[in-house]
Design a protein around this ligand. Structure first.
Ligand code: PHE
Length: 450
């Protein structure tokens, strides 16, 4: 028999675990920094409501309707060869995401070891921290071994299956993560210049708004919810018809947003109070924060907690990026779960090797002027993931049809759409028209065609 979640809470926690990851804790703060502070935060919140959430719900409802991997789900609802192949394309996107995601998460795991060794609290300048970062990245063995170790940890959870693996791990890890982040944010708030950090985050200066920032916010709202690559279709496929989808999805999106905001509060209050210059991008985590950790009291503990937390967040995301492929092999090819887990893990490892080597042995390689890692990220985030999300909303809105989809979505909600007709209007409008239109704009823009 096909596996399912033990409880609705199990699904909610696993989906929260998937959604919360490097995009919340690592990318969100630096995107805020690059895109005008509070203005970006506001745009991000708006795009979550208008695009992220409708796409997310579409994927979960596709999964629950079909109770199968994205391939089977697209076959059932799309009813032809092209839709079925699109479903398989979505599964492959998941595999690509899991390959570079693991390479980057490997660095975070490596930094946890650095933090434990005390090295991350020994820098008095960004230049010192950055020299250390570059030296680590220059070592192929360092990148490869943490890529492998991180994937190994993920496989360990995945072997356990849906209930005793993913569901159980998420139940422990998610509350722990929240507690650690809350501690860091409260810590930041008690620092002398916390107010400056908060104003930067929450008091928008609308003159700073740029098209680039709007589009970045759209893309971010999408990736942070793990939409567009089969994860939510697969997680939705382990739900039962009795479960209320609407009230399950709302806390997931809220928790994801809360964590991004908490991470930003922790980062910007601490930065404001320590006067450390930020160099932007991934450097924020690898170069700037270590200097902050070196200056604040209790920095050692804060550094260890921070990297532990990000590793855990990345772990529950990584397993969710691999699950569509595993479900595909189990559902479509009748493989045993363990065989599917091993083959998926090995494929993610092999595909991720060039990413782990992109700053050292393969640093001379360039794809369209980008390093190998950047090319993977670009291909996944700017091309494949938007296409996967577009496919989901088009499938629901135009092929399967809003009427059937709303009937499926309404199951288990106790006649929600009769009691509150505007909820149905919101879903119909966003899924059928707004989300596809906005995704096309982001997509075209991201490819530099606009
Ligand atoms: N949502 C995850 C994050 O925020 C990334 C992710 C995307 C994970 C897609 C799985 C699938 O880091």
């Amino acid at each position: 028999m096909r596996e399912s979640w033990r409880s609705r809470t199990g699904f909610v926690l696993a989906a929260v675990g998937s959604a919360i990851g490097l995009a919340n804790i690592v990318s969100f703060p630096y995107m805020v920094e690059q895109n005008g502070g509070a203005v970006f935060v506001m745009m991000y919140l708006a795009s979550l409501a208008l695009i992220g959430f409708p796409v997310f719900v579409s994927e979960v409802v596709i999964g629950r309707a079909a109770h199968s991997s994205p391939t089977g789900a697209f076959r059932l609802l799309g009813r032809n060869w092209a839709w079925t192949k699109t479903g398989t394309g979505v599964v492959l996107t998941g595999l690509i995401v899991s390959s570079f995601y693991s390479a980057v998460a490997g660095w975070i795991l490596g930094y946890l070891v650095e933090a434990l060794s005390g090295r991350l609290t020994s820098f008095d300048s960004v230049a010192g921290a950055s020299g250390h970062y570059k030296a680590l990245l220059a070592s192929p063995a360092w990148g490869l071994s943490f890529h492998a170790l991180f994937l190994g940890l993920c496989l360990f959870v995945l072997f356990g299956g849906v209930r005793s693996g993913i569901e159980r791990a998420s139940k422990v890890l998610m509350p722990l993560l929240f507690a650690v982040l809350l501690y860091l944010a409260i810590y930041g708030l008690t620092l002398p210049d916390a107010g400056t950090g908060l104003r930067y985050l929450f008091s928008p200066d609308w003159s700073e708004i740029t098209t680039g920032a709007v589009l970045m916010a759209l893309g971010q709202s999408f990736f942070t919810l793990s939409a567009g690559q089969g994860t939510m279709i697969t997680y939705g496929s382990y739900l039962s018809k009795k479960d209320n989808l609407v009230s399950s999805c709302i806390p997931i999106v809220l928790a994801d947003t809360l964590i991004s905001l908490l991470a930003a509060v922790a980062v910007f209050t601490t930065l404001a109070s320590t006067n450390v210059e930020s160099t932007g991008g991934l450097d924020l985590v690898f170069n700037t924060l270590p200097v902050v950790f070196s200056r604040i009291p209790g920095g050692f503990l804060v550094a260890v907690l921070f990297f532990l937390l990000v590793t855990l967040a990345a772990l529950t995301s990584e397993i969710s990026a691999m699950e569509p492929m595993i479900a595909y092999l189990v559902d479509e090819h009748k493989w045993s779960r363990s065989r599917a887990v091993i083959v998926t893990g090995l494929s993610a490892f092999i595909l991720g090797v060039p990413c782990a080597l992109s700053a050292n042995l393969m640093s001379g390689w360039a794809v369209f002027g980008k390093s190998i890692l950047d090319a993977y990220i670009f291909l996944a985030l700017n091309v494949l993931v938007p296409l996967g999300g577009l496919a989901a909303v088009l499938l629901v809105g135009w092929r399967w049809g809003m009427k059937s989809a709303l009937t499926e979505l309404g199951q288990g909600t106790g006649e929600l759409f009769n009691r509150r007709p505007w909820v149905a209007v919101y879903f119909r409008f966003c899924i059928k028209y707004l989300a596809p239109a906005l995704i096309v704009v982001v997509f075209v823009r991201a490819l530099g065609l606009l």
